[in-house]
Design a protein around this ligand. Sequence first.
Ligand code: HEC
Length: 201
Amino acid sequence: MIKAERLAAVLFALGAVTVSAPAAHAACDPGKPGSDLTGDEAKAVYECIAADLHKGYATGDKRWIPAEFVNDYRGWTLASGFPAAPGFHGERFLVTWVNAAGADEYLKYAEDPSIPAGTVIAKESFGVNAAGKVEKGPLFLMQKVEAGVSPQADEWYYMMVAPNGAPMAVEVVSACSDCHMGNFGHQGGLGYPVEEARISR
Ligand code: HEC
């Protein structure tokens, strides 16, 4: 079960770090609220903004975030068949990619995964507001590091890049790891896409 009070606190936190994202293309606006979109409709929105979304994330200096994660993730293995909005990550639609080191294990969606160090997971996000307009969201990243490097967060590094490409400073333990470990600690800290959206091998 998801802990409601923690969820509320974190949704607030994630909302607070949302930058006023530049509007995507008006041509991609579905014209109805995100909650009314079918999976196919959400996918059509994603396909319409996809090039622009990636271009935004890849713009500018990534500072403490390895630039190759942001430049390369579109070449990784896709784990979501369509963008789903499970209500976390600020109600945004999410598209998940996993690099070669971790794809085999992640795509099992196991209860007890053994994710190798070197795994990197990238999750793109966008929102569709009540007026039916698309808003680009951050790129969320998780990197599995060697044992002992980040024991406070179960050896995960959490990173976030704004839609305009700026690395976003977050208190990863309270803003990211608390929710991931609190709710999914039993499955390696991984939330996984909603079941209908999962691509398996
Ligand atoms: C309120 C709970 C919550 C918070 C806070 C949160 N996440 Fe997540 N995260 C989830 C859930 C639930 C999923 C799985 C849902 C999905 O991907 O469709 C997920 C998935 C992910 C994934 C894909 C890997 C996986 O777990 O399957 C990444 C990467 C990620 N989050 C990064 C972050 C980062 C970085 C932060 C902090 C800036 C963060 N998350 C904060 C709940 C949260």
